[in-house]
Design a protein around this ligand. Structure first.
Ligand code: NAD
Length: 397
């Protein structure tokens, strides 16, 4: 029977907007048994939350997110707050009988992530779900890459080469929560490596067994303090104070790893790769072929078919907009009428609603159990960097 899933969104910032847009759009683009219903948005400022609710189509707003747990029309709490708040919010919501979707990284620390995983395990016995927004899985090109590997088109995998390069973290960027260790947990590492570790695990279907050779660096040690919220991700347009404060997170973290299937993997995350604005990239080299993806050209998957006659081999540029072949795109526009960043979130909402309606997601959704494995890899890389040694994944429980 058709059912509305009442959404309670926490946070009105960058991700608050991305999620509100997706929950609002999913019923228009997808025909689903369960539909989203925009119940309440919670922010830190009542006036701002009320303006947000009007703009994005929520029925109610509040500056006290706990009140959403008393509203029986809310079935799912969607968390888009800074990283240190994820654990307590997710656990409270699960204990109050709500499904949870939480932004990445799952948490700022492994301990918080473990508490979340344990709460989700317990809540799953009551039929509750908990997922993390690794939204890049739902770029059609990435979802297609996952399907190609699953069908064996790459054969044995030798290399996984993943990079997430941004350049907004220069000295002019103020000391936003993203640079405060107690709030963010880590810098580029948790922010960006979280995505590419998830992407490597998702596309290959393989797991890391060891992490080694990690290097972290904080290039900009002092930053000017921002005044209040409301600025863009890089603090552009926000007011600043004269005083400065110490950045307590990494600006970059690079590491290597070994995978169960024998592949060697490299990961690089930085906010200071001048000229790279959102270059979330992965290349996978296998015995039968290779694939390459760069989010800055998100509709394209590059493919090298090594099973062809040598004279025919070359990089193919696959426009992943064929409604018969590529995941999700049949719900949007005709071939090569490109989709963007926001569609990955809308497609994730559709998979969440499919699962809540008793169906399977188009490609796997990262639940707390799955996201905890990514968090363990991040923790192992931090240990490797700080203790300057290889770390076996079996060490990180
Ligand atoms: N999936 C992605 O691609 C992606 C991209 C950017 C950020 N993120 C993640 O999303 C989360 C939020 O990042 P952002 O860029 O939206 O940050 P942001 O600073 O733009 O927004 C954070 C929001 O949290 C709200 N908030 C803080 N405390 C609150 C409380 N007690 N109750 C209600 N609201 C509260 C703030 O008012 C603000 O609206 C982080 O975990 C970040 O890592 C994910």
């Amino acid at each position: 029977m058709a059912k509305d899933v009442g959404i309670g969104l926490v946070g009105t910032g960058f991700m608050g907007r991305a999620h509100a847009n997706a929950w609002g759009g999913v019923n228009r683009f997808f025909s689903l048994k369960h539909c989203s219903s925009m119940e309440t948005v919670a922010g830190t400022d009542a006036q701002e939350a009320s303006t947000f609710a009007r703009k994005w189509g929520f029925n109610n707003s509040t500056d006290h997110w706990h009140s959403m747990l008393e509203n029986d029309s809310i079935n799912l709490i969607d968390i888009t707050t800074p990283n240190h708040m994820h654990a307590d919010m997710a656990i409270e919501a699960l204990n109050a009988g709500r499904h949870v979707t939480c932004e990445k990284p799952m948490a700022g620390t492994l301990e918080d992530a473990r508490r979340m995983r344990d709460a989700a395990r317990k809540a799953s016995r009551k039929g509750l779900h908990a997922w993390v927004w690794f939204n890049y899985r739902r770029c059609p090109a990435v979802a297609f890459a996952h399907q190609l590997v699953k069908r064996g088109r790459l054969g044995r995998i030798f290399h996984v080469r993943a990079q997430y390069l941004q350049d907004w973290g220069g000295p002019e960027t103020p000391l936003l929560w993203r640079f405060v260790g107690k709030e963010a947990g880590s810098g580029a590492h948790g922010d960006l490596n979280a995505h590419i570790v998830d992407m490597a695990r998702f596309v290959t279907g393989d797991e890391l067994t060891e992490v080694t050779g990690a290097i972290e660096e904080t290039f900009i040690k002092e930053r000017v303090l921002p005044e209040g919220h409301g600025a863009a991700i890089s603090g552009k347009g926000g007011r600043r104070k004269k005083q400065t404060g110490r950045s307590t997170v990494d600006d970059c973290l690079t590491f290597m790893g070994r995978m169960k299937g024998g592949a060697v993997a490299t990961f690089e995350a930085t906010r200071l790769a001048t000229g790279n604005q959102n270059a979330n990239k992965i290349e996978i080299n296998g015995e039968k072929g290779s694939i390459r993806f760069d989010f800055e050209r998100m509709n394209v998957l590059e493919w090298w078919d090594n099973t062809l006659d040598p004279g025919l081999r070359g990089w193919n540029r696959i426009m992943c907009t064929d409604s018969d072949a590529h995941p999700y795109v049949a719900n949007y526009w005709p071939a090569a009428h490109l989709i963007g960043y926001e569609h990955c979130f809308t497609s994730m909402c559709s998979d969440i609603l499919r699962v809540l309606g008793g169906r399977r997601s188009v490609v796997p959704l990262p639940d707390f159990e799955d996201a905890y494995i990514t968090q363990r890899v991040l923790h192992a890389a931090t240990l490797s960097a700080r203790e300057r040694r290889p770390v076996k994944m079996s060490e990180v429980k």
